[in-house]
Design a protein around this ligand. Structure first.
Ligand code: NAP
Length: 253
């Protein structure tokens, strides 16, 4: 029996990068997965093909819009026939250094980042929790970032959005435990995906890899491994925890 046999899982931003690895790892363990994406339908179709099996679906929604986020949860529930696990993985990073960004760009970056990285997760947690509370419980895993702790000098809204996501997750861990809903967080450092490609392939690439004593950044599967652990049977008492997946590049205690 595979660990997530017949579990119904929604992964936001599940069409590429870390989300795709998370979707694949759940599918490999027997789950039925709904992958959400914003606009790249071709990547979502490729991902769905790679997942193989039956019953996986791709759902387009711009989750920065709360109405679309709510509809996404409804569509996932009806398309999968229920919802046991939600992974809030979709996120964006926008460059807006305070020394050079003009005020309107600064505000636009803050709004877009908070709407995508924090408000979307809050919307989806709300809608998913309503379903889970009526159906005996569930799991929520949120994908945060090392930047929440270490700071993001060129993308302060990103760091703030992920710190907010950590606080949201921990508040919900307390609020939802009596309803048998457990909430965990995974906080990666740099990961080999499109989001980080420009840095990793650029002149700072070697310095970034050297931040870890392993001399490299994370692979998406390594983040997925931590996500599946938090969603697995037996991990209930870890609720409220934040797992670092940063290769000891930033240590906190
Ligand atoms: P990625 O390769 O850029 O992929 C982003 C995914 O999110 C895509 O599927 C994208 O869909 C989707 N997405 C973005 N905005 C969306 C929206 N408004 N509505 C719905 N879907 C949306 O990103 P990644 O590197 O895998 O990152 C995944 C998560 O890990 C993010 O939360 C990120 O902050 C976090 N993280 C990443 C790193 C890193 O180094 N890569 C480090 C720490 C944390 P489309 O393709 O359709 O746009």
């Amino acid at each position: 029996m595979r660990q997530f046999q017949d579990k119904k899982v929604l992964v936001t931003g599940g069409s590429r990068g870390i989300g795709k690895s998370i979707a694949r790892a759940f599918a490999d363990q027997g789950a039925r997965v709904a992958i959400n994406y914003r606009s790249n339908a071709a990547a979502a179709a490729d991902c769905l093909r790679e997942l193989g099996g039956k019953g996986n679906i791709a759902l387009q929604a711009d989750i920065a819009d709360p109405a679309q986020a709510a509809m996404l949860v409804e569509d996932a529930i009806s398309g999968l026939g229920g919802l046991d696990i939600v992974v809030n993985n979709a996120g964006i990073y926008l460059w807006h250094p305070i020394a050079t960004a003009d005020f309107s760009d600064w505000i636009a970056a803050w709004r877009q980042t908070i709407d995508t990285n924090l408000l979307a997760a809050a919307s989806i947690c709300y809608c998913a929790a309503q379903h889970m509370m009526r159906h005996g419980g569930g799991r929520i895993v949120n994908v945060s970032s090392r930047g929440a702790f270490r700071g993001e000098p060129d993308g302060p809204a990103y760091g703030a959005s992920k710190a907010g996501l950590n606080a949201l997750s921990q508040s919900l861990a307390i609020a939802l435990a009596p309803h048998n809903i457990f909430v965990g967080v995974v906080a990666p450092g740099f990961v080999e995906t499109d989001m980080a490609a420009e840095w990793l392939e650029g002149e700072r690439g070697d310095a970034i890899r050297a931040q870890s004593p392993l001399g490299r950044v994370a692979r998406p599967e390594e983040v997925a491994h931590a996500v599946l652990f938090l969603a697995s049977p037996g991990a209930e008492f870890t609720t409220g925890t934040i797992i670092d997946v940063n290769g000891a590049s930033y240590l906190r205690s």
